[in-house]
Design a protein around this ligand. Structure first.
Ligand SMILES: Cc1cc2nc3c(=O)[nH]c(=O)nc-3n(C[C@H](O)[C@H](O)[C@H](O)COP(=O)(O)OP(=O)(O)OC[C@H]3O[C@@H](n4cnc5c(N)ncnc54)[C@H](O)[C@@H]3O)c2cc1C
Length: 503
């Protein structure tokens, strides 16, 4: 048998078994059941990097509590553009998940209702928070958001945080009962399990993709993959490739050699949590409470005291504390950053280093924090916190995108970036924020970019409409449709708005 005959040829290869590949795999199998798909994951199990429950914060990001989505403009007004966008994106995610649950393809136990709250201290930030609510609630998306600076009310919202807080201290908060905690790891597992049962789908763990290059005839991509158990390598030919390798995506994108990949670099930010080990304290808090980011902090490093539900057990974490490591994956190599530097991205990377001194200073300061200083940060939220009740846990790595702006200067981006070949035959997802919450919208963008023709067909259009009933419509301006959509997703996903437990 010749080398070429030994090669397997498939319709799609999905590199990495995190939430992004899992979501795309489910989309493709639903839209085009006859396509063959191979999922290749380097670790021994699926969803073990950023998508794993303890590696991320599990917040269903929808701007209900994250102040970084509503910056204050120079004229003093609040810019809600990002907040509306991410809220709508999360509604899209919930619709897709509700469709999967309603049709028995996955279970609903990955998502829970947890009130989302923003918390600030001092007159100035309280005034901003009040203004934020007034602006956000002009859209039906944020209807029901409550503001309070009354200590008794706040005590009923988050008793733990109000213990031994003097009446003279100015604190304020907002509360939205429709917030969620999502176990993205469990959701990924569920979707991969569904894919595993489908004809024409292969799921391979302990399979590391080493190279991605175009076939000589330009018709396929040739994916070189090493079976890490047998140490044998093989090549898979595919019409389409998704590089959903999280922090590993940049290296593989560079290997693909597509011109669209040129100039991209990555800046890794690591993270740590304080994880509560005292069950009594865990029980006394029931909310995701987000504060204000420190000066120079990347937007996703906003401190929060966060109720979680992981594998049926209530948990409590605080953080994240940012750090610096040259690894692009938690299970990666210290050579990840140095080997990602190429001739075409070295200039933007240096420019980003020079223009982001505040961030560099912030990261150095975070890395040097002693356990006592971390406790002090927690005590701003929970004044009575004691070190004995908490342990340090390592979060996932986030690789922020470095790219050229329209003037050719290097800039640091904190969002996600979909990079794809002009012919749509290969795409990669770079960046990490807002991440898993928007996985459905991000994969819809990918489908539009890479399967433009198929997306126009009546078969795909009607299936999309079935999976995402409000697909293509604006929930931000259509209160009636929003109510109907939320009523359906809440009922299927068993999301019951809950109220913080009283003292
Ligand atoms: C500290 C932290 C907090 C976060 N908090 C939130 C939050 O509250 N809400 C939210 O929505 N999002 C959050 N995120 C972001 C979210 O976790 C990510 O956006 C999401 O999990 C990314 O999914 P992914 O599938 O792209 O990557 P991953 O889950 O990292 O999956 C990529 C997979 O590719 C595999 N891989 C890599 N290289 C190769 C290779 N060469 N061959 C084969 N396989 C390979 C990896 O092993 C991995 O399993 C957070 C992230 C971090 C780090």
């Amino acid at each position: 048998m010749s080398r070429k005959q030994e090669e397997q040829t498939v319709d799609a290869v999905l590199i990495g078994a995190g939430i992004m590949s899992a979501t795309l795999g489910v989309f493709l199998k639903q839209l085009q059941p006859d396509w063959t798909i191979e999922v290749l994951e380097r670790l021994d199990e699926v969803a073990a990097e950023s998508s794993a429950a303890w590696n991320n914060a599990g917040t269903g990001h929808s701007a209900l509590c994250e102040l970084n989505y509503t910056p204050e403009k120079e004229d003093g007004t609040v810019d809600c553009t990002k907040a509306y966008k991410i809220n709508e994106q999360f509604e899209t995610s919930k619709q897709f998940w509700a469709y999967l649950v309603e049709n028995g393809l996955i279970k609903s136990d990955f998502i829970q209702s947890v009130p989302h709250m923003s918390f600030v201290r001092g007159e100035k930030d309280a005034a901003f928070l009040k203004k934020r609510v007034a602006t956000l609630t002009q859209s039906p998306l944020f209807e029901g958001m409550q503001y309070s600076d009354d200590h008794d009310t706040l005590r009923s919202w988050f008793p733990l945080m109000m213990e031994h807080r003097g009446p003279e201290e100015k604190v304020a908060a907002t509360k939205m009962d429709i917030g969620t905690d999502v176990n993205f790891g469990a959701l990924t597992w569920s979707m991969i399990r569904y894919l595993f049962r489908q004809p024409g789908v292969g799921i391979h763990v302990a399979h590391e993709v080493k190279d991605v290059e175009r076939s000589e005839d330009g018709q396929y991509w040739e994916i070189k993959v090493r079976n890490m158990t047998t140490d044998q390598s093989r090549t898979i030919r595919s019409r389409f490739v998704f590089i959903g390798a999280g922090g590993g995506a940049l290296h593989l994108l560079e290997k693909s050699g597509i011109p669209e990949a040129k100039g991209y670099g990555g800046f890794p930010v690591s993270g740590q949590w304080l994880r509560c080990i005292n069950p009594d304290i865990i029980e006394r808090h029931h909310a995701k409470v987000y504060g204000k980011a420190a000066v120079g902090a990347p937007p996703m490093s906003v401190p929060h005291l966060d109720s979680r539900m992981i594998n049926g057990k209530k948990e409590l974490l605080f953080g994240p504390f940012a750090g610096f490591s040259t690894k692009f994956l938690k299970n990666g190599s210290y050579m990840d950053l140095p080997t990602s530097i190429k001739l075409n991205n070295i200039v933007p990377m240096i420019q980003v280093g020079l223009h982001n001194m505040q961030l560099t200073k912030y990261l150095i300061q975070q890395v040097r924090l002693s356990p006592e200083e971390k406790l002090e940060a927690l005590q701003e939220f929970y004044p009575d916190a004691k070190l004995d009740d908490w342990e340090l846990a390592i979060a996932g790595q986030r690789v922020q995108v470095i790219k050229k702006d329209k003037n050719g200067d290097g800039i640091l981006e904190f969002g996600t970036e979909l990079v794809h070949a002009a012919d749509g035959s290969i795409a990669a997802l770079l960046g990490a924020s807002p991440g898993a919450s928007t996985s459905v919208s991000v994969m819809l963008d990918l489908l539009k970019a890479c399967f433009a023709e198929e997306m126009q067909t009546p078969a795909w259009q009607s299936k999309l409409q079935q999976m995402i009933p409000a697909y293509g419509q604006h929930l931000a301006t259509d209160g009636g449709l929003l109510d109907k959509t939320r009523a359906w997703t809440s009922s299927v996903l068993q999301l019951k708005p809950s109220i913080a437990e009283p003292v």
